[in-house]
Design a protein around this ligand. Sequence first.
Ligand code: PLP
Length: 508
Amino acid sequence: METEKLTELKTGPANGAPEPLEPLIYELGAPGRVGVSLPKTDVPEAELPADLLRADLDLPEVSELDVVRHFVRLSQLNHSIDTGFYPLGSCTMKYNPKLNEDMARLPGFALAHPLQDPTATQGALALMYTLQQWLAEISGMKAVSLQPAAGAQGEFAGILMIRAYHLANGEGHRTKIIVPDSAHGTNPATTAMAGLQVVEIPSDENGDVDLDKLHEVCGDDVAGMMITVPNTLGVFETHIKDIVDAIHGCGGLMYMDGANMNAMLGVAKPADLGFDVMHYNLHKTFSTPHGGGGPGSGPVAAGEKLAPFLPGPVVTVLEEGDDENPPLYGFTMPEQSIGRLKAFWGNFGMMVRAFAYIATYGAQGLRSVTDHAVLNANYIRARLKGVYPMPFDRMCGHEFVCEGHWKDIEGVHALDISKRLMDYGIHPPTNYFPLIVPEALLIEPTETESKEACDRFVEAMLKIAEEARTNPELLHEAPHVTPVGRVDDVLAAKQLVLCCRPIPEHGA
Ligand SMILES: *Cc1c(COP(=O)(O)O)cnc(C)c1O
């Protein structure tokens, strides 16, 4: 988009209060208007429990068309992976193939009820079993549980498993988990949630774990270490083997945050690197929708030592099959399981999508996912080098970090660059994370973007760097062309307005 055009548009809707083209839903209703026609009941009517009914809800009464317009219009206000480039570092906003959606909607999967007898849902169980096997193979681990509903819940499971292992061995005094300062924020949070103590380790000048500092804290009070691979600077630890050996040497176990396995698929197996337990994010690496698009799934994979402690139930073969009969699958609890993390069997719809994704790509395809994720990130990194300051000048994995600030330009910050990117139809990268890089912009193009799309992003970033010098106001007042202009982020976070009606003191 032309810079002049964007400047002209400065007085557009984004700068004043946004004028909705259509009335908002709370202005649409009329008493008695309905959007559904229910079939005649074929069961006896029953009174609703009076104590659950509220007369003061005052919900809009609207037609089907009103509702459709309202929600379609809302969806058009949003940026999405289906509408544009989305380089949100760490979050892996890759394309969600529509084939996965078709598979998840097959009636046998979509309409299966969790209370059905497993003998009636053998197809669904076979899918879960196969997915467990595939995820075990990709990681090199012994067994997998599909229970956790998010990456962070997978981490929580893993740390509880490490704790349970030490307790089972009479080593309850091991209460410390070492977490590098380049770890994802969920890692220390998980440790604290599990009731263990976080011991933070700094990174060295190359972005690797400081090995000397690590050796200083290794001792018999260490339960284990959680490490994000690649770390949140987007780099693969140079001394990963030394780190693993140090922790194992003092009797601890190694947890790998594998949310970003799109940097390693088919290249390295976490078990081969010495990890004892890890989690996946199906809603990142295996393309299931996220970011407002659907529930998550964070399967946890464990090696020999920790497999008995996996959360359950998991799917196992109860009776082997033969030429004529398929195997009989059932749900079982691992021997020393930490227990359940979730009602029923986990987010099954996400398992179907991930299964479809892996089946579509195959082993070679998954390997090329990683090749392209790493290639795209390094291509963009190389093209922006010298224009945006980069704290670590080295090969990256699936993402890299640069600084959204120049020493010789006062007043332009990462936030301004991010907001300006929106004018170019691009979702901002992750801002101000990782915390150890000031003014961080964490950029992850993902492997599903073409070279042309990566080039368009680079061109926008280069133009913005130029604008920062020639017309910084353009950045400060951005975004100019979005339906909503720059919002007060602090106020928006502190005074959430989640009601469909305007609250008088906040305006609309
Ligand atoms: C996204 C992410 C997580 C957390 O996953 P959720 O599903 O959001 O809980 C953990 N670690 C890393 C490295 C991540 O990128």
